[in-house]
Design a protein around this ligand. Structure first.
Ligand SMILES: Nc1nc2c(ncn2[C@@H]2O[C@H](COP(=O)(O)OP(=O)(O)OP(=O)(O)O)[C@@H](O)[C@H]2O)c(=O)[nH]1
Ligand SMILES: [Mg+2]
Length: 268
């Protein structure tokens, strides 16, 4: 199934405005269904492989699931490839956003368009190993609110990143430390590979800035427990990186917003 949307600038999962969810759909969210979002921007070379890989590891897990590819109007064939897979497998859907960019917004948009109680996100370029998905799902089913694929937990690693990117990542991490609540402080709060319970996001309007949605969830979500599961960040499978200076600046903007909220200088 394919659909096209234009989204808002501040996003909550409770807004009735743009969703395709019905009230009946919301009632079903008590089921332990899992929805995995894969945000894409020009990932035509990777998307078929990641969909096949993800389904092969989730199929043996005894939990109903769906995969939503949220594509920001790539026009490189990504939409067509996912639509073809969706014809064979109704658990796969593609949503195309027009006139919007950004991983955080795309992820929130996907979560708004599913009735699943367990929500997840992973990259399309196989840098996040699909083999970790069952462990992330199990961590939520075991009672944790958030399960993080963690590059900084013991046993995890950034892989073959160049030294500049490693230093930048460490600075990002350090800058995010004080804004997190002491009880809920993750080793890898900027990971893009995580699962959580939908109820943790109730009544919160998120800022869809850049790539680091997890940090805002940790700071502002209704979270009592997290589990981090280590992994090694793999090299990009194919295609071109979308991690640009603009994305780094979006992170600074998000941090400034979160600090202002924590210090009581703004409400949202
Ligand atoms: N929908 C959507 N997806 C995006 C956007 N920017 C990046 N993505 C996707 O988000 C994921 C992460 O982007 P990457 O370019 O892989 O970023 P990265 O992993 O930090 O950088 P590399 O290590 O160079 O790959 C990929 O699946 C991208 O296709 C965007 O604006 N919209
Ligand atoms: Mg990548």
């Amino acid at each position: 199934m394919s659909s096209t949307v234009i989204g808002p600038s501040c996003i909550s999962l409770d807004d009735a405005a743009t969703d395709s969810l019905t009230s009946a759909g919301r009632e079903e969210s008590t089921q332990e269904k899992l929805a995995l979002i894969i945000p894409t921007l020009r990932e035509a070379e990777n998307i078929r492989g990641v969909l096949d890989h993800v389904r092969s590891v989730l199929d043996p897990v005894s939990i109903p699931y769906e995969i939503l590819v949220v594509d920001d109007d790539s026009r490189d064939g990504t939409e067509e490839i996912v639509s073809a897979v969706a014809l064979e497998d109704p658990r796969v859907r593609v949503l195309v956003r027009k006139g919007e960019k950004g991983v955080a917004g795309a992820t929130l948009y996907g979560w708004r368009n599913t009735d699943a109680a367990i929500l997840g996100v992973m990259d399309a370029d196989l840098q996040h190993p699909p083999e970790l998905l069952p462990a992330l799902a199990s961590a939520i089913l075991a009672g944790n609110d958030v399960a993080i694929g963690s590059r900084y937990a013991a046993g995890g690693s950034l892989g073959d990143w160049n030294p500049v990117r490693k230093v930048l990542s460490a600075v990002f991490l350090w800058a995010a430390l004080p804004v997190q609540r002491k009880q809920i402080r993750a080793k890898d709060p900027t990971s893009g590979f995580f699962f959580l319970r939908r109820e943790c996001l109730d009544q919160i309007r998120f800022h869809p800035y850049g790539f680091k949605l997890l940090l805002e969830i940790l700071v502002r979500g209704r979270i009592r427990s997290i589990q981090e599961i280590p992994f090694t960040f793999a090299p990009r499978s194919r295609g071109v990186s979308k991690a640009t200076v603009k994305v780094a600046l979006e992170y600074v903007r998000l941090l400034a917003t979160l600090y202002a909220i924590r210090l009581g200088l703004r409400r949202n």
